[in-house]
Design a protein around this ligand. Structure first.
Ligand SMILES: Nc1nc2c(ncn2[C@@H]2O[C@H](COP(=O)(O)OP(=O)(O)O)[C@@H](O)[C@H]2O)c(=O)[nH]1
Ligand SMILES: [Mg+2]
Ligand SMILES: [Zn+2]
Length: 307
């Protein structure tokens, strides 16, 4: 049989095989050549499995090659990585203008990660029912003006009031495998519940004065949409890593800089202060948004400090 891993709970994997859901485990060791992983199998993996004699359960014998994956550095084991999910068509970042407000820097880190994994990304602005005042309207306008020209769709929804979902959002996710990410408290679980009634995910009021949500679960899980396609929730995962990007590579993951690459005077240009830098020239001329350039500089420096 061949199926897709929809949940992992330690040593057991829940695998969807056609209309059936089967508990399966791994037998023996898996060789994973290029990657040192803390988890051999991830949600989203397609696997070969065989039923165990006289039992409801199955044994996984093979992982089919992954089309792509999202990974982060293990917090427990040095030089090891943890696969968050695999075989994705796109990555969705849920953002909100308040309680909590998603910063542009956070959005840019997410987009750079998605670019580095070669996964298309889109932004979903949730809690539109709470939008009020000039400051918030400006924030929203910035989001549209900065990200849409770069090719990242921005859509507005209210998961609570169920607006924007069936009209706009569904057409972007139908028939696709989408990862859902975002700060705790932005409404990922509420969104899932609205789209997948069987999901019945626990939602949490935003706690105390900190306006930061509480983590309710920690395992990634795949939910099938009634309309076709699926959503992979990643509770408790704030950020994917940006993996070992060289200084002169980071701009590859900024679409507005990527198109000028190779035009700078020095081919190892980091676009900070080098003479003959085309990126700096385009920034000055207004073709690159100053906020995005600021994020670029911030990420570059953060990555340096990790070395
Ligand atoms: N006003 C409003 N509140 C929302 C919306 N979506 C979620 N919430 C609330 O935000 C809080 C956090 O939602 P939850 O789905 O648990 O966030 P998660 O941590 O991203 O899964 C809950 O109190 C939700 O009721 C929305 O569209 N509008
Ligand atoms: Mg949640
Ligand atoms: Zn340059």
């Amino acid at each position: 049989m061949i199926g897709r891993v929809i949940k992992s709970t330690g040593s057991w994997y829940i695998v969807q095989v056609a209309e059936q859901v089967i508990s399966a485990r791994l037998k023996g060791k898996f060789k994973q050549d290029e990657l040192k992983l803390t988890n051999p199998i991830a949600v989203g993996d397609w696997v070969k499995l065989e039923r165990e004699a006289n039992q409801e359960t199955a044994v996984i014998s093979e992982i089919l090659p992954r089309e792509n994956y999202v990974i982060r550095k293990s917090t427990r084991k040095q030089h090891f990585s943890h696969i968050i999910a695999s075989n994705l068509d796109q990555a969705i970042l849920v953002i909100t203008m308040k309680k909590p407000r998603t910063s542009l820097g956070f959005i840019d880190r997410f987009l750079v990660s998605a670019e580095s994994f070669r996964i298309p990304a889109l932004l979903v602005v949730n809690k539109m029912d709470q939008l009020e005042g000039e400051d918030e309207a400006e924030w929203l306008q910035d989001i549209h003006e900065i990200y849409e020209p770069l090719g990242y769709p921005v859509i507005e929804v209210s998961a609570l009031k169920e607006t924007g979902l069936k009209e706009k959002f569904l057409s972007l996710i139908q028939g696709k495998s989408s990862l859902i990410s975002g700060h705790s408290g932005v409404g990922k679980s509420t969104l899932l519940n609205a789209l997948v009634p069987e999901a019945r995910q626990e939602t949490k009021e935003i706690s105390g004065f900190s306006a930061k949500g509480v983590h309710t679960t920690t395992f990634a899980e795949l939910f099938t949409l009634p309309e076709g396609g699926d959503l992979i929730d990643t509770p408790g995962i704030k950020e994917f890593g940006i993996l070992d990007v060289e200084d002169n590579e980071l701009s590859h993951y900024f679409p507005e800089m990527r198109k000028y690459l190779g035009q700078c005077k020095y081919n190892n240009c980091t676009h900070i202060n080098e003479p003959g830098c085309v990126v700096l020239k385009k920034l000055e001329q207004g073709f690159i948004h100053p906020y995005r350039y600021q994020s670029y500089v911030n990420i570059l420096h953060e990555e340096d400090s990790h070395r």
